[in-house]
Design a protein around this ligand. Structure first.
Ligand code: ARG
Length: 576
């Protein structure tokens, strides 16, 4: 809210320093005894040529204590500690949320700027596995966050629909394909023949040669190869779409790797003009010694393109089409080297857009009880994982009538289980910094008391039920500022601070590419609410004005939780 801004404005007046700089320095102290905001005066020691404690004391004397929102300013050591007036802070925070006519944290800082978020990008004919779940969920959240900040965010799916593996599939399908199985369960059938190909190729190396030939024909536009490849692609996309629908994820463009196949000559031309394309063992490469990187292959010795060439073409195409402010790649960390090579080739070629490209990497997904590898066919299909989660959730809420309304119908239980089961998985991917590995544990994911989606969703439903019981009207925003000023307890202040900090969490999450910052904010809010709820009987509050104020606070809590979850792609449950 504006208290922070006002403190910064006041500091700017006093010091003559730019507000952005002061904003960066202003802290939120770890302990409330040290104030609600604190300014470390050693930052000013150089410009003011004084010792920090002296600066702090001097500033404290000039403090504008006639302001109704500022309780006191204390100089402690080299710090200037600001204590806001609680009632006025709480009332303004709650009122701002309830009267907001735009989604919370909405801003126009991105107005007129294009940000491409590339995510998901599964490989055609291969399973949509849990690694793809990570990019899909993380990328979708980033898209929503940038969209909320007013950017024109473009959702891009860089489908893996090209490359030598399609030669293998074409050969394998001709040898062992089962038409009926392909139509019924395309990905499973394609995986079956892909695995078979690798098994057989161990003894029959000529298969590899045939596969290379089939891919060469595909790239040269041979009709039969193209038809087969198109079928694999259409059937795979259909299968991927069911997963996307369930997760509520969609895309603006499916420009897969094949889309760039005819744009490679332009890349080659550019690299030749810049005289950075060299020949190495028959292949055309760009040397990257000065970046301490291995050479980047552009064309293989048989003239076919590779993954990296298509990515180079994609950057050029995207910048021509959208003049992007940022081009974000949400792709696992094992591909970090690949992206460094791609961006470095572009930089070496003098393509300025390279600086506006970012690789947003993430960790591995581990299942303590399973060993995974696509080649051997051991994969965890995301589809199955989502279903397992929903089934387990249903079982928990069916058995446990403490966790739901006793009279809940089977149909409603199923609806609730779908939202919570899917939410539990999404939350698991977004609850920590993205570079950390994820170890799957059902107990943790579905723990209704832990840091989990079910915990937050349950808390939300509980808060909504209080509002319903109280006959509270969401649209009326009945408590006015004066009534809201009645809120001044520690717990109420803690809630207001978390509500007030929400937009900052969204903005930080965007620029660090870390949606977990929003997930944590929302989870802390849910925890703070439970603490409050256990200590304060909101419904039994006697003073009607205070009761209205508390209900308004509750509504603001709900609105913030809902808004935060919406940005991460998790749905809330109104009643359970
Ligand atoms: N299809 C690739 C995979 O599944 C990811 C593509 C990443 N994006 C890119 N522009 N290279 O591993």
């Amino acid at each position: 809210m504006d208290f922070r801004v006002r403190i910064i404005e006041w500091l700017a007046e006093q010091t003559g320093l730019p507000q952005e700089q002061l904003a960066e320095w202003l802290e939120v102290p770890p302990q409330p005894e040290l104030g609600d905001y604190a300014f470390p005066c050693f930052r000013l020691a150089k410009t003011m040529r004084q010792a920090p404690p002296k600066i702090a004391a001097g500033l404290a004397e000039k403090a504008p204590l006639d302001l109704d929102w500022l309780e006191k300013i204390e100089a402690v050591g080299g710090y200037l500690n600001f204590f806001v007036n609680r009632a006025s802070f709480i009332s303004r925070a709650v009122s701002a949320v309830l009267h907001a006519d735009a989604p919370l944290a909405q801003s126009d800082e991105g107005q007129g700027k294009n940000v491409i978020v590339e995510y998901s990008s599964p490989n055609i004919a291969k399973p949509f596995h849990v690694g793809h779940a990570f990019t899909t969920i993380l990328g979708h959240a980033l898209y929503k966050i940038y969209d909320r900040l007013g950017y024109n965010a473009i959702r891009m799916n860089h489908l893996g629909d090209y490359g030598t593996q399609f030669g293998k599939l074409i050969v394998a399908y001709r040898l062992w394909g089962d038409e009926a199985a392909l139509v019924k369960e395309p990905i499973k059938e394609l995986l079956r023949i892909y695995v078979l190909f690798h098994d057989e190729a161990k003894d029959k190396p000529e298969l590899e040669q045939q596969a290379r030939e089939a891919f060469r024909k595909l790239e040269a536009g041979a009709a039969e190869e193209i038809d087969l490849w198109k079928r694999f692609k259409d059937l795979s996309l259909k299968a991927f779409n069911t997963v996307y629908e369930r997760l509520g994820v969609s895309f603006d463009y499916f420009y897969g790797e094949s889309y760039y196949s005819d744009k490679i000559p332009d890349v080659v031309k550019l690299l030749r003009e810049k005289q950075i394309l060299t020949e190495s063992e028959g292949a055309q490469v760009v040397m990257l010694d000065e970046y301490d990187l291995p050479p980047c292959i552009i064309l293989k010795s048989d003239g076919t393109t590779i993954y990296a060439s298509r990515d180079l073409a994609a950057v050029l195409f995207r910048d021509q089409t959208w003049s992007f402010e940022r081009n974000i790649y949400v792709v696992g960390m094992p591909q970090a080297l690949h992206f460094r090579q791609v961006f470095s080739v572009l930089e070496k070629a003098g393509v300025e857009a390279a600086k506006r490209c970012v690789h947003v990497g993430f960790g591995l997904v581990k299942f303590p009880d399973r060993k995974l590898s696509t080649r051997s066919g051991h994969v965890v299909f995301l589809e199955d994982l989502l279903q397992e989660s929903v089934d387990k959730t249903l079982e928990i809420i069916r058995k446990n009538d403490q966790l739901r309304q006793a009279d809940m119908s089977e149909a409603e239980m199923r609806q609730v289980a779908e939202k919570i089961g899917i939410g539990a998985i999404v939350y698991t991917f977004l609850k920590n910094g993205r570079e950390r590995d994820i170890v799957f544990s059902w107990d943790e994911m579905l723990d209704f008391d832990g840091d989990s989606a079910p915990y937050v969703q349950y808390t939300y439903a509980r808060a909504r039920s209080i509002l319903r019981k109280a006959g509270h009207d969401d649209t009326a925003a009945d408590a006015g500022l004066a009534e809201l000023m009645l809120l001044d307890s520690d717990d109420e202040f803690a809630l207001a601070k978390l509500i007030d900090g929400f937009p900052a969490a969204v903005s930080k999450a965007a620029y660090a590419y870390e949606p977990y910052m929003i997930v944590r904010q929302v989870t802390s809010l849910a925890r703070a609410f439970n603490k409050y709820y256990n200590q304060t009987s909101i419904l039994k509050t006697e003073d009607p004005a205070l009761r209205r104020a508390r209900l308004a606070l509750l509504q603001a809590v709900c609105k913030t939780i809902n808004s935060g979850f919406e940005l991460t792609g998790i749905e809330v449950v109104e009643r359970m």
